[in-house]
Design a protein around this ligand. Structure first.
Ligand code: NAI
Ligand code: 13P
Length: 329
């Protein structure tokens, strides 16, 4: 049945998911803060800031009016980067007037409490009494491929498995396949941490270490992610699904990944500081690397990989320290 869905954010992923949901026959409204993107979507049925001349589903509407965008919403997709969530949640708390299901796509960790992002979102919205349920959508899904209607599998994770199944039905169409998971901590911690491994993979590949080293890093990285996710209650069985292994393999191997590309820039410029200054696109792994370091301290978890990535990105350690940490005795 047709659902009323509002997507917050007219960026790459929000737009790709708007297309998925509209192709399924849902009513989709996008809320954006960049006038040129909002106009491009509603007038030209394109979002050329991210997808050049790709034609989007013509039924997608876009607006800069936050209150109007929420009017009919039954489901709200959070399609903004982690750092934009506090302001979006503040506005939602103020303007929500009816019950909604929240579907978060931001891949991050709550920096303030060093805890699950889902906890932060739920705790912020629960006092409104309009939070009907919460899911996270994670998986190997480069936005441009999703927008081009290339086949993609993701997990919809929720503590309420019946809700996860319901939301899977809302998203699944002939090229986008959503599968339910009840392991929110595994899916969301992995979705965040894999971006740091993707930066490391870009560094390893740009250093010309070869495919063996690349695969070794991914294996090492998946084990380190599990070690950290366990602290939040993640189950080992969940580490072969789309949100965990799938997204790690993709993001740490694809030249279309921004985190991976940023890792290559670090080696090209021989400085993470310089790469950060030159980087003008969203790289969630940079912020996540800092919170990951706080997790190691707070929960007394040891991780050579996350530690050295923190030192490289935040403490000016030379990029070659990654190779020394992982590939020397
Ligand atoms: N791009 C991709 O392939 C995928 C991205 N993701 C995740 O989705 C999240 C969003 O990423 P992207 O869409 O790629 O980022 P993006 O950089 O393409 O777009 C971010 C959008 O958020 C908007 N925005 C920022 N603050 C806002 C606010 N307060 N209110 C409304 N809109 C606001 C910006 O105007 C921009 O349109 C990230 O956490 C990312 O890791 C997940 C899967 C795939
Ligand atoms: O998370 C992603 C694919 O699933 C997108 O990765 P990047 O943010 O590195 O482009």
């Amino acid at each position: 049945m047709q659902k009323n869905i509002t997507i917050i954010g007219t960026g790459a992923y929000g737009t790709a998911l708007a297309n998925v949901l509209a192709d399924k026959g849902n009513n989709v409204v996008m809320y954006g803060v960049v006038e040129q993107q909002v106009d491009d979507i509603s007038i030209n049925h394109m979002n050329q800031s991210f997808f050049r001349d790709l034609k989007l589903n013509e039924n997608i509407q876009a607006t800069m009016d936050f209150v109007a965008s929420l009017e009919k919403a039954e489901y709200i997709v959070l399609g903004v980067p982690t750092k934009a969530l506090p302001s979006v949640l503040k506005d939602l708390s103020k303007y929500l007037k009816k019950e909604v299901v929240i579907i978060n796509t931001a891949k991050g960790i709550d920096e303030q409490d060093v805890d699950l992002l889902s906890k932060y979102i739920i705790n912020t919205l629960q006092p409104t009494r309009y939070l009907k349920g919460y899911c996270g959508l994670y998986g190997p899904s480069i936005a441009s491929e999703v927008a081009s209607r290339e086949p993609t599998y993701v997990n919809i994770a929720s503590n309420d498995i019946e809700l996860a199944k319901e939301v899977c039905d809302v998203f699944t169409n002939e090229y986008f396949f959503a599968k339910p998971s009840n392991d929110l901590p595994a899916c969301e911690i992995s979705a965040a941490l894999k971006n740091v491994i993707a930066i490391a993979a870009g560094m390893i590949d740009e250093s010309g270490l070869g495919d063996n080293a690349h695969a070794s890093l991914l294996t090492y990285g998946l084990n380190e992610i599990y070690k950290i996710a366990k602290v939040f209650g993640a189950k080992h069985d969940s580490f072969t699904n789309y949100a965990t292994m799938g997204d790690l393999v993709l993001t740490a191997s694809s030249k279309k990944s921004r985190n991976y590309t940023f890792g290559r820039m670090i080696v090209q410029e021989n400085s993470a500081k310089k790469a950060r200054e030159d980087c003008d696109f969203t790289v969630e792994g940079v912020g996540t690397c800092e919170v990951a370091n706080k997790i190691l301290d707070k929960y007394h978890v040891e991780s050579k990989l996350f530690k050295v990535m923190y030192e490289i990105i935040y403490q000016n350690k030379a990029p070659k320290a990654l190779l020394q940490a992982l590939f020397t005795l």
